[in-house]
Design a protein around this ligand. Structure first.
Ligand code: AMP
Length: 416
């Protein structure tokens, strides 16, 4: 049997109501904050991600779906959106149209990671990118957007963690100190962390290995090395979050994997989804546009994983959605009236009612069962002498009340 590729998942009709609900909450909140949607292609030239995300990151180094197309161009299925959005921003000279763009997206992403609960190879993210302003208000705003969405989905077991990476100069000073601190412990670090020591030392903090974390105890603290400007900036972000009633913790080890972050970083963690517990993450990336050969343009954004959020909703039992209802089910009794039934359904469907009838030659009893299963609000009965005399019956499934109407009333009938 041919199965879906490892790490990919079908989203079946029974799952769709949850997805639609999440998407509608997400879209409502984006609209409230005046973010506009952007859609970019599923694949890009590999060099975009190599340059934008950084060669030394796990995403670029290990996880990308990369292939040569027939024209020998190296193509990559997008592993995240920020680089694509900034590419589009530069390519279409959006900066010349308005100074600040507040953009959002909902899109599949692709990373060849080891699949486990909450970790897939094709997964879906929603997120925002606010490009064109250095204001700390936007850092706080995007954290609030992420938090408000998760709260509106009913999630309670949430932890917002924030940190500041400062500007590159202060970060370099810090990296030197950290290197100094870890230098004589290097051999005891895990193999991965030893590599990170050489390529991207901040990422040693991301290690999930206990001995690595032990060795990091007493390490110098990034926030102590912040430049004055970044300190003031971080203070403003925190003050606005307090004003907006967003509980948060400072996590001085929250460096996040990507090269393009500067100043604010944040993550929101769920206590209900196991080891892959980050529901969303993001931060400020003022240097990315330049790395992609655009004019220097500040930006800040986050990405949130839809599958993981739905898992958290399931585990916190937050999604009890109203059942989908059908307006009319047409039950045919007796003789073969399928064309008439089809026609009646068409009239109602063109009037924007949802209508279903039997395609499988089932008995009237089985059709009624189906009407119940589909949560039909009304059942129309077609058939027998009643139909021959130009009438149909209409049953209100909630009250059980049944009435007769002339057939031409299908064109005008109104239901509450
Ligand atoms: P990142 O771009 O790695 O910061 O990821 C942002 C969010 O996307 C994470 O917090 C997760 O919720 C989600 N995510 C990242 N990678 C995966 C994956 N492989 N499978 C499912 N969700 C993911």
């Amino acid at each position: 049997m041919i199965k879906a590729v490892t790490g990919t998942k079908d989203i079946l009709p029974s799952d769709i109501p949850k997805w639609k609900h999440l998407e509608s909450v997400v879209q409502t909140i984006f609209k409230n904050f005046n973010y506009s949607e952007i859609r970019t292609p599923i694949f890009e030239e590999t060099v975009l991600f190599a340059r934008g995300i950084g060669e030394e990151t796990d995403i670029v180094g290990k996880e990308m779906y990369t292939f040569l197309d027939k024209g020998q161009t190296s193509i990559t299925l997008k592993p995240e959106m920020t680089a694509s959005v900034v590419r589009a921003f530069i390519e279409h000279s959006l900066a010349s149209k308005q100074p600040l763009y507040k953009l959002y997206y909902i899109s599949p992403m692709f990373r060849q990671e080891r699949p486990q609960a909450g970790r897939l190879r094709q997964f879906h993210q929603f997120g925002v990118e606010a490009i064109g302003s250095e204001s700390p208000i936007l850092d706080a705003e995007i954290i609030q957007i992420a938090y408000d969405i998760l709260r509106r989905l009913g999630l309670k077991d949430l932890l917002v963690k924030i940190n500041s990476l400062g500007i590159p100069e202060s970060r370099e000073n810090y990296k030197k100190e950290l290197r100094h601190f870890l230098n004589d412990k290097k051999n005891k670090l895990s193999e991965d962390s030893q590599k990170r020591f050489d390529t991207n030392i901040l990422r040693v903090f991301d290690s999930k290995i206990e001995t690595d974390q032990e060795l990091l105890k007493g390490a110098p603290i990034l926030l102590d090395y912040l430049d004055e400007e970044s300190k003031i900036y971080f203070n403003i972000v925190r003050n606005i979050l307090r004003e907006a009633d967003i509980p948060f913790e400072i996590d001085t080890k929250l460096v996040r994997g990507l090269d393009y972050y500067a100043k604010t970083t944040f993550e929101i963690i769920s206590g209900k989804v196991g080891s892959q517990n980050a529901l969303c993450g993001g931060g400020r990336y003022d240097l990315l546009a330049e790395q992609l050969e655009g004019k220097p343009t500040p930006g800040v954004g986050f990405a949130a994983g839809i599958e993981r959020i739905l898992l958290a909703c399931e585990n916190e039992k937050t999604l009890s959605l109203p059942e989908e209802k059908l307006d009319f089910y047409i039950v045919t009794v007796g003789e073969n009236l399928i064309e008439k039934v089809y026609n009646a359904a068409s009239i109602l469907r063109r009037r924007n009612f949802s209508v279903e009838f039997d395609y499988l030659d089932r008995s009237a009893k089985a059709q009624m069962r189906e009407a119940n299963k589909l949560n039909a609000r009304f059942v129309i009965f077609f058939g027998g002498d009643e139909y021959s005399n130009g009438y149909f019956s209409l049953k209100n499934m909630q009250t059980g009340e049944q009435k007769q109407f002339p057939l031409e009333d299908l064109k005008t009938i109104v239901i509450e």
